[in-house]
Design a binder for this molecule. Structure first.
Ligand SMILES: [Zn+2]
Length: 194
């Protein structure tokens, strides 16, 4: 009995040291038999909320280099296609948030009677090398980024097939979906800036 009494006293001491729980947690029934379970439930709920929040904001998170956090570990042009998302049925692939916004953008353009086509999206390192060889480096008057530095290598840019109506529609509405025309001499190149 002394042992049990000693343990009970020690538990009381420990409980006195525990920081009061947040209101959402203490709102749960606080009987000694159920407090453990309700705390576990409340904790699980909080963890689930935090995880959901991370998923929501995390999908749009960029690191200090402007690179999607979830893709950074792969490297520019080294991203497995499975880590990218298809843009509808176009065959194009981009970082998932960019793909989703581009789908919305194309649907909105279509409603306005404007067709927007895609000529290029994610570009592997090998295809960046190929483009640089064919089109020359931008820094030397050509139209290709230095391989390994292209926004296409992160699934963060798309080259669009735009007629005059499409070009002006993009300039009027692209920004509403996070797409910006950011490269002089390349009116088809639209980068995603969430
Ligand atoms: Zn481009």
């Amino acid at each position: 009995m002394d042992g049990i009494a000693g343990i009970s006293a020690r538990i009381a001491q420990i409980q006195a040291l525990v920081v009061p729980l947040p209101a959402t947690v203490t709102a749960a029934p606080a009987t000694s038999s159920s407090s453990g379970a309700s705390f576990a439930t409340a904790l699980a709920d909080e963890v689930a909320k935090t995880t959901d929040a991370n998923r929501t904001t995390g999908s749009a998170q960029l690191n200090s280099d402007g690179v999607p956090v979830e893709l950074a570990r792969y490297g520019n042009g080294q991203i497995p296609e499975s880590a990218l998302q298809k843009v509808g049925d176009t065959g194009a692939k981009l970082w998932a948030p960019a793909a989703q916004k581009l789908e919305q953008l194309m649907a909105a353009a279509s409603k306005d009677g404007v067709h927007i086509g895609i000529t290029d999206s994610y570009r592997s390192y090998a295809s960046q090398v190929d483009v640089a060889q064919r089109k020359g480096l931008y820094s030397q008057g050509g139209l290709a980024a230095k391989p390994g530095t292209s926004e296409h290598g992160w699934g963060m840019a798309v080259d669009l097939k735009l007629d005059a109506a499409g070009q002006s529609w993009m300039r009027a509405h692209g920004g509403e979906y996070g797409f910006v025309e950011n490269t002089p001499r390349e009116s088809w190149h639209w980068a995603f800036r969430p």
